[in-house]
Design a protein around this ligand. Structure first.
Ligand SMILES: Cc1cc2nc3c(=O)[nH]c(=O)nc-3n(C[C@H](O)[C@H](O)[C@H](O)COP(=O)(O)OP(=O)(O)OC[C@H]3O[C@@H](n4cnc5c(N)ncnc54)[C@H](O)[C@@H]3O)c2cc1C
Length: 413
């Protein structure tokens, strides 16, 4: 029997970073180590394919139960929302009232929508950061297209005018996918497709501001080919029920999708003793521990890292955090985090994607195939292959509740 005292690792967040940490830690098979993953949802959400849910694909493609990921693994999964972190007492407290004591803590809390104090935005816009927001947006689109049946031409133009604010990756992916989906909606709802307008608005001088301009230009060309209007150098000033106010212009719409503002999870900012940067991300040392807090790791979107804000970074961070917890337990020197530039793979409409690997740029169908393979590779990294294929394949199923768009019970695409 091993007489070592039990060590407790508490991981908060069942997203990319948290799942990666827990899986890697469980593989280390450390004796007397209790791994608890606390998340406010019973499932993992695969954000990179969220745009497919808005446009009618099954949410099962982006929703993996944590139970399935950790089946047979020495990881306890608890559903609870952590409301307080007390670093000095080595305990975190959940909304359920439960207290989780830890020797090692991993905070993989992700990020949330920031409305940047723009009047009306929070009340009237649609977010695009979770499965529930994606479904809410999809249902809204069906509702506005359905309303056109009894609307005047002027009202119709307003009803089918979609504005996406923020031309980063998620806004761009969504615009490409909506270009085609709205054509189907228009056809099903018997609306002249030329009335449908989709505007993509960006405050920076180019779309995809974090990418080199030649790539942004190629993707812009693709978006324009799909019929998307692009406005750069435009900031959103105000939103009202029927109108949005941009710098130098005003538009009538019922649908504003806000993808431009993101902030680290507010719990990090509320935690005393963490040092944060201007964006509110926690300053971490080269081993991903919160500065000045040995054994407390902050990873993924919440950490002030060079490439934070990407799933690939959160996964890599999780691996470093797991390895370093193992090393702390075994008294070994810690491994330094060496951030790798994430690969950009941006799907824009049916069977087309831009993939950028270092200096190599791939556009079109091959890019799309690579991107879908990357999606499948991720599923296979967290699930047994059979289940991974099942989850990936479920994206083929259409999932519409609008009786006009899906009169039959369901249909394979
Ligand atoms: C639409 C969209 C598309 C994207 N596409 C890409 C892409 O193509 N490629 C890419 O690399 N990145 C992409 N990203 C970014 C990527 O999703 C994030 O960088 C990644 O999810 C960050 O991982 P994380 O572990 O920090 O947070 P998350 O994966 O968001 O996980 C955070 C977890 O913490 C849980 N949680 C939050 N608060 C609490 C609490 N108080 N108590 C308990 N649990 C809590 C949440 O429910 C969630 O499970 C995309 C993001 C979005 C929104």
């Amino acid at each position: 029997m091993d007489n070592k005292e039990e060590q407790k690792v508490v991981i908060i967040g069942g997203g990319f970073g948290g799942v990666s940490t827990a899986l890697d830690l469980s593989k280390l098979n450390i004796a007397n180590l209790k791994i608890t993953l606390v998340s406010d949802k019973p499932h993992f959400e695969y954000h990179p394919a969220l745009y497919r849910v808005v446009t009618g694909k099954s949410p099962l493609e982006v929703c993996i139960p944590l139970e399935e990921i950790f089946a047979g693994k020495k990881v306890e999964v608890v559903e609870d929302k952590i409301s307080k972190i007390q670093l000095e007492d080595k305990v975190v407290i959940g909304q359920s009232g439960s207290k989780y004591k830890f020797n090692f803590l991993v905070l993989a809390l992700g990020s949330e929508t920031a409305y940047l104090a723009i009047p009306g935005l929070m009340e009237h816009s649609f977010g695009f950061k979770s499965i529930s927001e994606a479904i809410r947006l999809k249902n809204h689109l069906h509702a506005v297209f359905a309303k056109c049946k009894t609307a005047s031409k002027e009202e119709k133009v307003c009803l089918v005018h979609i504005i996406i604010v923020g031309a980063g990756t998620s806004g761009t992916e969504l615009a490409g996918e909506l270009a085609l989906y709205t054509k189907t909606l228009a056809k099903n709802h018997d609306i002249d497709p030329t009335l449908v307008t989709i505007d993509l608005i960006e405050a920076a001088p180019q779309i995809l501001p974090s990418l080199p301009s030649d790539i942004a230009k190629n993707i812009e060309k693709r978006l324009r080919f799909l019929g998307i209007n692009i406005f750069v150098n435009r900031t959103l000033l105000k939103e009202e029920i029927r109108e949005v106010y941009l710098k130098d212009m005003k538009m009538k719409t019922k649908t504003v999708i806000w993808t431009a503002g993101v902030a680290p999870n507010a719990l990090l900012g509320r935690t005393r003793k963490f040092r944060t940067n201007q964006k509110g991300q926690v300053i971490v040392d080269e081993y991903l521990q919160a500065a000045g807090h040995t054994g407390v790791f902050v990873i993924g979107d919440g950490a002030a890292g060079k490439y934070s804000g990407m799933a690939q970074t959160a996964i890599a961070d999780g691996k470093i955090a797991a390895a370093n917890i193992g090393r702390l337990i075994n008294g070994l020197p810690l491994i330094k985090n060496q951030p790798q530039k994430p690969i950009a793979a941006i799907p824009v409409g049916k069977s087309w994607a831009a993939v950028i690997i270092g200096k190599v740029r791939i556009y079109g169908t091959l890019g799309w195939v690579l991107r879908r393979l990357a999606d499948l590779r991720f599923f296979a990294s967290v699930l047994p292959l059979k289940k991974a294929l099942l989850a990936f394949g479920s994206g083929k199923t259409l999932c519409e509740s609008c009786p006009i768009c899906l009169p039959e019970s369901s249909m394979e695409q």
